[in-house]
Design a protein around this ligand. Sequence first.
Ligand code: FAD
Ligand code: SF4
Ligand code: SF4
Ligand code: SF4
Length: 383
Amino acid sequence: MAAIGDMFYTWAADADVLKKGECGGAITALQQYALKSGMVDAVLAVKKGADLYDAVPTVITDPAEIAETAGSLHCGTLLLSKLVKDYLDNNKAAKLGVTVKGCDTMGLIELAKRNAVDMDRLLLLGVNCGGSVSPVLARKMIADKFEVDPDLVHKEEIDKGQFIIEYEGGHKGIKIDDLEDEGYGRRSNCRRCLYKVPRQADLACGNWGVIGEKAGKATFVEVCSEKGAQLLDAAAKAGAVATEPANPKGIEIRGKVEGAMLNLGNKWRKKDFGALASDLWGTIARETGRCIKCYSCIENCPVCFPVADELKGNSRMVTSGEVPPNPMFHLRRFAHISDSCINCGQCEELCPMDIPLALFSHAIRTEGDTTFEPKLGTAPYKN
Ligand code: FAD
Ligand code: SF4
Ligand code: SF4
Ligand code: SF4
C-alpha cells in the first residue's frame, strides 16, 4: 500500500502510452485509469495544437482520447486554475482530474481559500516544473541563438541545465544560464519560482531522480495525499501502471537537483527584487504609465476574483475610460491581490504594453510573506 511521502518509479503498462509519454507515461495512464474507473468524470490536460508552441488545454471524457495529451510542452504558458473553476461551476457535482504545474496548484489553492473551487472534486496530478518559456520568445530564441527554423523543431526540453531542441537534421542544446543572461530562456517569473515539486497536488511526478536502466523510461512519482495513494494503488492493481520503489541514489539526486533549483530561484529573487528596492513605487508609477487599461491583467489573474468587476468600474479614485489610468488603478489591484499573488506570470505575459506586473505583485507579496500569516499556499487549505 502506498502512503504519503512514498516515492516510486512508475510507468504505463500500455506500450503506446509508454512511447508517447514524456518519461514513463505514468500521468497519462493514471488519468486514463481515473476516468475509466469513475474516480473522475472528466480530465483536463494539455495537448499540442498547431505546433509545439501552441499548448491547448482540453477537457476529455473519453479515456481513448487521453493518449493525445501525453508529453510535456514547455513553450506553452498557461494557467489552468480559472478553467478548472469554469468546469466545476458548469458541471455541478462532477469530479475532474487535472495535470497541474506548481503555479496551477497554487492558483487552485488560492481560489479554494475564496470558496471559488471545491478541492474535494479535484484529483491533481502534479508535474515538477523547472520553468516554461513564452511561445513568442521561444520561436525568436530558436531562430536567433540556435539558428534553426522554429517550424522544423519537433521536440524541446529543459534537461541538465540546457534548453534542448530536436529538429529535422539533428539536435542542439544551449545552457539556460547563457540564454537567460541574454534575455532568452525561461519566463522571468519562472526564474523566481520556488514551486518546483508540487507537493500540494495528490501526486508529484517528474523525471528528476530516475536513474539506471529506468532513466527516460519511468516517471518519478511522490505520493502527496491519501487520494494520490489510492489512485496509484488502484491503477497498479488494475494493471494500468507498473511501479517499483525509487532507487535511493535517485532520491538523493532528485533532492539535490530540487535544492539547486530552489537556490537558483532565490538568486533570481534577490537580483530582481534588489533592483526594485531603491525605488519600488517610483518604478511602478513609471512603468504603469504605459497602461492602456485593457483589463487583461485582471481577466487572466487566477486570484483576481471576485472583485474584478469592481476594479473595472468608476470609483472616487479611478475614472472609468481614463488612459493611462491614475496609478491608484494599479495600487488597488496590487492591494487586492497582494495576499495571494502566486507569481504565475499571466498578468505580465499577457500585458500588451509589456509592463512587468508579476515582478511588482510578486515583490509586494514576498515582502508580506516575511511578516504575515498564513504563508502563501499553506493554511487554511491543506491536502
Ligand atoms: P505524460 O504521461 O507524458 O503526461 C504529461 C502530462 O503533462 C499530460 O497530462 C499533459 O497534458 C500535461 N502537460 C503537458 N504540457 C503541460 C503544460 N505546459 N502545463 C500543464 N500540463 C502540461 N520534471 C522534472 O523532473 N524536472 C523539470 O524541470 C520539469 N520541468 C517541466 C516543465 C514543464 C513546463 C512541464 C509541463 C513539465 C515539466 N516536468 C519536469 C515534468 C515532466 O516533463 C513530465 O511531465 C513528468 O515527468 C510526467 O511524465 P509522464 O511521462 O508521466 O507524463
Ligand atoms: Fe513552472 Fe513555476 Fe513557471 Fe509555473 S511559475 S510554469 S510552476 S516554473
Ligand atoms: Fe494595463 Fe497591461 Fe493591465 Fe492592460 S494588461 S490593464 S495595459 S497593465
Ligand atoms: Fe499571477 Fe499576476 Fe495574478 Fe500574481 S498578479 S497571481 S503573477 S496573474
